[in-house]
Design a protein around this ligand. Structure first.
Ligand code: PLP
Length: 399
């Protein structure tokens, strides 16, 4: 039955989340016109600028605490995780190559390893590195998308300078063994970066990312913060060449006038998501498992990865399902018409509807992968929400 929904059921939280109350409250004063307490440029020397600087540094300290970073100056604010990923890969690879050459290590053009299931921000950065003379290899993953330390070691070489493997996948929810991967990279003299956008605030195991990685990327709008604000975590003394040329803000690491309003909102969102992680994960996991169970019972829909019940090796909020003979776009539109917001795993272009690179890397056959739907739960996840979604989904696919 088609319904007109004033408030749709939003199940696309891996794409973006609604602004949380704390973030909205933190940003509100910056939106008022004319008040000199709030509009300053954090790099100006006068009092209005110093006011903004104090708020910027308060936010940095708060984010560092939420991430459990050792020092606030390990937090570099960016325009989002796309920029953080680009800056990490290019900035670290170039700096590591220079440092290696200065030490007399034979690295030729330099070698970088990534996984096949990375976000396009990392895969695109790897392509940029190729244009800068680096060679890029892919570490193999298993049918759940997991990269083992052994697979990483096989992809590494004498001249590997940087490894980037995500902490958790945004399409199918696979959580990667970051501690072992970082150790394998370090043992062979390479730096390790991880895109941790989807893991922060979802599982306690996040804490191992900052413990082991040299750098990690985060995005505020995935955790109840505003869009257009990200964080590049850079461990002290990690080789890094600034990615953007300009005024040398962020202690020379990231040029561009800081978005203090957005950063204040981001800091509030990081604080919000750093709290009650286990309770949030338990609640989401229960709904995720319920959805998997019900979807698996339906012969037309086959989960694209089998999530073992209660599994902590997958994000608690992502369910990925493929429906044979359907295209993601059609499923999304039909569900939207019934008041449910979800995503597909397909990269749509005007000419073709290609299955996502992630599902392809998992070995899922094309005509199944083309009909993928990602359901990503939010903090309000409930069995009632899941039941309502399932009723609409089964109506659409005709079971
Ligand atoms: N990395 C991952 C894993 C993501 O899910 C996303 C968002 O889709 C990004 C990077 C890019 O983040 P942003 O929208 O902040 O640029």
């Amino acid at each position: 039955m088609l319904r007109s929904h004033a408030t749709p059921v939003y199940l696309d939280n891996a794409a973006t989340t609604p602004l949380c109350e704390e973030a909205a409250r933190a940003m509100r004063p910056y939106m008022e016109a004319g008040d000199e307490a709030w509009f300053g440029n954090a790099n100006s020397l006068h009092g209005v600028g110093r006011n903004a600087f104090v708020r910027l540094e308060d936010a940095r300290l708060s984010v560092a605490r939420s991430l459990k970073a050792s020092r606030p100056d390990e937090v570099v604010f960016t325009s989002g995780a796309t920029e953080a990923d680009n800056a990490a890969l290019v900035g670290m690879a170039l700096a590591a190559r220079d440092a290696a050459r200065q030490r007399g290590r034979r690295v030729n053009g330099g070698h970088v390893v990534v996984s096949r299931i990375e976000h396009d921000a990392v895969l695109g950065s790897a392509r940029m590195l190729k244009a800068l003379g680096f060679e890029v290899s892919f570490a193999d993953n298993d049918s759940q998308g997991r990269v083992s330390a052994g697979a990483l070691e096989r992809a590494m070489r004498e001249d590997t300078l940087l490894v980037s493997i995500m902490a958790a996948n945004n399409e199918v929810g696979t959580i990667e063994p970051v501690a072992e991967l970082a150790q394998a990279a370090h043992e062979r003299g390479a730096l390790f970066h991880s895109d941790a956008v989807q893991l922060f605030g979802k599982e306690e195991c996040f804490s191992c990312v900052l413990e082991h990685a040299d750098a990690a990327s985060f995005s505020a709008h995935k955790i109840g913060g505003p869009k257009g604000v990200g964080v590049l975590y850079l461990k002290t003394r990690t080789p890094f060449q600034p990615y953007l040329a300009g005024g040398g803000q962020e202690r020379g690491l990231r040029s561009g006038t800081q978005n203090v309003a957005g950063i204040a909102g981001a800091a509030a969102a990081f604080e919000h998501y750093a709290r009650f992680v286990e309770e949030r994960a338990d609640r989401m996991r229960e709904v995720r498992d319920y959805l998997y169970e019900k979807l698996s019972e339906c012969s037309k829909a086959v989960p694209s990865v089998a999530v073992p019940r209660g599994s902590r090796d997958f994000l608690p909020n992502i369910v990925s399902v493929c429906v044979r003979g359907w295209e993601s776009e059609t499923l999304i539109m039909q569900l939207d018409a019934r008041g449910f917001c979800v995503s597909g795993g397909s990269a749509c272009s005007s000419a073709s509807l290609d299955p996502s690179h992630v599902l392809t890397a998992l070995g899922i056959e094309r005509n199944l992968a083309q009909g993928s739907v990602r359901i990503s739960l939010g903090e309000d996840a409930s069995i009632e929400q899941a039941d309502a979604f399932l009723a609409a989904f089964f109506e659409v696919v005709g079971v």
